[in-house]
Write a protein of this length. Structure first.
Ligand code: NAD
Ligand code: UGA
Length: 467
């Protein structure tokens, strides 16, 4: 079998996936030149900032990789045409949000950005190019990409411009907050495709740091579906444990004990069993909704209903938490001061997309609460945009606090929504002295230790424990 030696890679999309993924490829393959391009010029400027604290995304370990690769064999640029035409291999890593309008609105993925990327590739590529779906896509999207590339190609052929393409699927499984370690030591790398030479070229790139047994090759459709199915299974686990958390509160069982007891069964496993305020992040909800849409499209309504329930339970968990806060504070939060600790959808990221904090905080604001929000990595502007996007009739007022004590001054309650390391082991005796009396702690992430709270005079509600 002949082989292709990849010398230049382009990645379209410099986001949470494109940025870290290409940084790691550049780090592990110093002989390959990697260019990451984006239509968002501000984002590219931030990726090129000499102050590594200003990178557009926060991921532990990313700054060190950027400092050794940027300018060596890793480049961030807005010059799409040149980057595409120079490359042997192009990753499409653009956003695929849920459609907001038209057929399938609220469920199907909006593929506008993927289609635009494919058209750019068709227009600017030269010679033979391997095109890789890195974005998470509905099953059979590769067919559409091939058609776009080949139709444009026929036009090129009329003008005697010769170019050819191979399309592969290579979904990304990194989780935010642990992206670098996930990329450096993945559980598996999945490659779907039909062209053995293209598959081999991509396998050879990963072989620079991933062992052969971890590289799974499948057909295109299995690869596309496996990504959606993996996210659906993970999200389902969270909805399952969250449903049991409500059961624990009703019965006196303890969610930590239950999670440990069931997780020791090897068939169930102990990972991903932390009950919380519901899953957030840009992907779980969108990918399950996409699966629901596709199930309906392929005439499988029972399958659609089954997966839809995972999303419904997630929303219910968020609503339930807001209602508990309301109930414990005598049925009203109007004019009451409430501190929110954690706005990111999980620890170790500055990402707030679909964060449970948005819905819960919005509901409290709608009831007239006065919120002071503290998150070590989320900016005022980010929170403001999130509240603007989430439609609600805002009666309350919110501000960002600079520190935990600043957030807790004179509050009637504190609501812990993200499990940032710095929220563990706090001096609650001291913090209680800053708060009003009586005051509540609502802990949705099992951050607080019940014994530590006992002599502070604070009331404690913990998710998954009877109070
Ligand atoms: P993102 O929104 O952070 O980044 C996407 C980037 O693509 C944006 O900067 C946007 O400006 C750019 N873009 C869009 N259209 C473009 C075009 N035509 N040309 C150039 N640039 C363009 O999104 P993300 O979180 O990186 O996710 C990207 C894809 O990866 C999605 O399909 C997502 O489902 C999937 N994914 C995300 C994660 C995650 O943890 N965020 C993990 C695995 C897979
Ligand atoms: C998730 C998957 O874990 C990745 O494999 C996948 O690549 C990615 O989605 C994607 O396709 O975007 P991510 O959303 O970044 O990654 O983070 P997770 O660690 O999966 O957490 C998702 C949400 O579930 C967070 O809100 C988190 O707090 C919550 N969660 C997670 C729990 O409530 N309990 C748990 O036990 C685990």
């Amino acid at each position: 079998m002949s082989s292709i030696k990849v010398r230049k890679i382009c990645c379209i999309g410099a986001g949470y996936v494109g940025g870290p993924t290409m940084s790691v490829i550049a780090d592990k393959c110093p002989e390959i030149e990697v260019k990451v391009v984006d239509i968002n010029k501000e984002r590219i400027t931030a990726w090129n900032d000499t102050d590594l604290n200003k990178l557009p995304i926060f991921e532990p370990g990313l700054d060190q990789i950027i400092s050794r690769t940027r300018g060596r064999n890793l480049f961030f640029s807005s010059e799409m045409e040149k980057a595409i035409s120079d490359s042997d291999m192009i990753f499409i890593s653009v956003n695929t949000p849920t459609k907001t309008k038209g057929l399938g609105a609220g469920q199907a993925s909006d593929l506008s950005w993927v289609e635009a990327s494919a058209r750019q590739v068709a227009k600017f590529a030269k010679g033979h190019t391997i095109v890789i779906e890195k974005s998470t896509l509905p099953v059979r999207t590769a067919q559409a990409i091939k058609e776009i590339l080949n139709t444009t190609n026929r036009e090129n052929q009329k003008n005697e411009i010769s170019k050819t393409f191979s399309v592969l699927s290579n979904p990304e499984f990194l989780a935010e907050g642990t992206a670098i370690s996930d990329l450096e030591n993945p559980d598996r790398v999945l490659i779907g495709g039909e062209d053995p030479i293209a598959i081999n070229a991509l396998v050879n790139i990963y072989l620079n740091w991933v062992s052969r047994e971890k590289i799974i090759c499948t057909n295109l459709w299995s690869s596309e579906l496996s990504k959606l199915a993996a996210n659906a299974f993970l999200a389902q686990r969270i909805s399952s444990i969250n449903s049991i958390s409500a059961f624990c509160e009703a019965t006196g069982a303890d969610i930590q004990e239950v999670a440990k007891a069931i997780g020791t069964d090897k068939r169930i496993g102990n990972q991903f069993l932390c009950a919380g305020p519901g899953f957030g992040g840009s992907c779980f909800k969108k990918d399950i909704l996409n699966l629901v849409y596709l199930s309906g499209y392929f005439g499988l309504p029972e399958v659609a209903n089954y997966w839809n329930q995972v999303v419904l339970l997630n929303t219910w968990q968020q609503d339930r938490i807001y209602k508990i806060v309301l109930e414990k504070l005598f049925g009203t939060v109007n004019g009451k001061n409430i501190a929110i600790l954690g706005f990111a959808f999980k620890a170790n990221t500055n990402d707030t997309r679909e964060s449970p904090a948005i819905r819960i905080a919005s509901d409290l604001l709608e009831e007239g609460a006065l919120l002071s929000i503290y998150d070590p990595k989320v900016s005022f502007e980010r929170v403001q945009e999130d509240f603007e996007e989430f439609s609600f009739d805002n009666q309350g007022i919110w501000k960002m606090a600079n520190s935990i004590p600043d957030a807790l001054k004179e509050v009637d309650a504190v609501l812990i929504l993200t499990d940032w390391e710095e929220f563990f082991g706090l001096d609650w005796n001291y913090l209680a002295s800053l708060m009003r009396v009586p005051a509540w702690i609502f802990d949705t992430r099992s951050v607080v230790n019940r014994q530590e709270i006992e002599n502070t005079g604070l009331n404690l509600w913990k998710l998954g424990e009877r109070s």
